[in-house]
Design a protein around this ligand. Structure first.
Ligand code: ADP
Length: 366
């Protein structure tokens, strides 16, 4: 069993920078938890506090039922894989993986067994006698993971392990780490600023901003039900479109954009929810895939005629950029038809998929 529990954990650097603000997370046995957020949001600090590499200013961290606040890193039974996985250049792959066990005085046979097991899992058998300089970036990263595996730790911590790899290799290693998670049945805490890594790898995602948890949820729930405007804009690529405006009552309820150029009649159930926001500011959010070409008839939709500012054919879909009133918008169109810049185009916004956020607090309205 390997569970991690953070209870009201805070970190204040130099008595002033509040890097982590009262964070509570439950990480269950065998769970793959991703800490995600923009640079400087406190992800690494949080991971380093779990590892014991950073002191805790306030709150408690438990591993299983043990309070580990004061426990040194080596006594926490944790292995960490960093972005800069410095391998020893003069040692072979085998020696690099064996080194940590050797200094912990493991028997030779046990070391051999563990290194062979790890190299089997990571497909490194053929490379055991090579030195790091004779390996590709991805192979080196696998050795770094191997070094962690041989220790059979309770918990694996990954700190942006893929950010030094090129795009193609990153995608490949993403699947390898996911597979590894299943094979090892390990508890993993994984830090990344990349929302695609978070979505594709995590059982559970923790979205951080300015040291504060904005939402903890399973990937698809995060995508479909973001708790606030920040999470809605951070998760998903291209990002969700936002339009500021307010709710007005004009026989029934409408959303009217700040520039007064968009007036959307709300659906019955939306009217129920938004009644209390009459004459109040709200922001609507719409994902790029929920804007569709107008020939795909949809009853609950709002029609716009616009001209295309940018057209990006991706093969399987086309990303188009256009304006709705004064708002810059992006849509993903599943269409074989060739689209051109400056072309006039009719689109439908699928109103069933509108998200509404409080204009002041930016929290989702539901
Ligand atoms: P992330 O990993 O999300 O990029 P970090 O955890 O590295 O963010 O940093 C969170 C905040 O704490 C940032 O504002 C950063 O400048 C600050 N910080 C990190 N390390 C230190 C330190 N050793 N001393 C002072 N401030 C720090």
């Amino acid at each position: 069993m390997a569970e991690v529990r953070l209870k009201d954990v805070s970190k204040i650097y130099d008595g002033k920078v509040k890097a982590i603000d009262s964070v509570s997370i439950e990480i269950y046995d065998k769970e793959f938890v991703v800490l995600v957020g923009p640079s400087g949001c406190g992800k690494s600090t949080l991971l380093r506090m779990i590892a014991g590499l950073e002191s805790i200013s306030d709150g408690d961290i438990y591993i299983d039922d043990n309070l580990v606040n004061e426990l040194s890193p080596k006594d926490r039974d944790i292995a960490m894989v960093f972005q800069n996985y410095a391998l020893y250049p003069h040692m072979t792959v085998y020696e690099n993986m064996a080194f940590g066990l050797k200094i912990r005085k493991f028997k030779k046979e046990e070391i051999k067994k563990r290194v062979e097991h790890a190299s089997d899992i990571l497909d490194l058998e053929e490379l055991l006698h090579r030195k790091p300089k004779a390996l590709s970036g991805g192979q080196r990263q696998r050795v770094a993971i191997g070094r962690a595996i041989v220790r059979k730790p309770k918990i694996f911590l990954f700190d942006e392990p893929l950010s030094n790899l090129d795009a193609k290799l990153r995608v490949q290693m993403r699947t390898e780490i996911s597979k590894l998670h299943h094979r090892l049945g390990a508890t993993i805490v994984y830090v990344t600023h990349d929302q695609i890594e978070a979505m594709t790898m995590g059982d559970k995602i923790v979205v951080l901003k300015d040291g504060i948890i904005n939402q903890i949820s399973a990937p698809m729930n995060l995508y479909n039900h973001p708790a606030n405007k920040f999470v809605a804009g951070f998760i998903g690529s291209p990002a969700m479109n936002f339009i500021r405006g307010k709710i007005i009552s004009d026989s029934e309820l409408f959303f009217v954009s700040t520039d007064n150029l968009i007036k959307i009649a709300l659906l019955t159930e939306q009217q129920e929810i938004l009644k209390k926001y009459t004459n109040e500011e709200v922001t609507i959010g719409i994902r790029p895939e929920n804007i569709i070409p107008s020939k795909l008839i949809n009853e609950n939709s709002y029609k716009i005629t616009t001209t295309l500012d940018v057209v990006e054919p991706m093969g399987n879909e086309t990303i188009i950029y256009f304006k709705m009133g004064e708002n810059k918008m992006i849509a993903r169109i599943q269409s074989g038809e060739v689209l051109r810049v400056n072309q006039s185009f009719e689109l439908l916004i699928n109103l069933e998929y509108l998200h509404f956020f409080d204009g002041k607090t930016e929290k989702v309205i539901e």
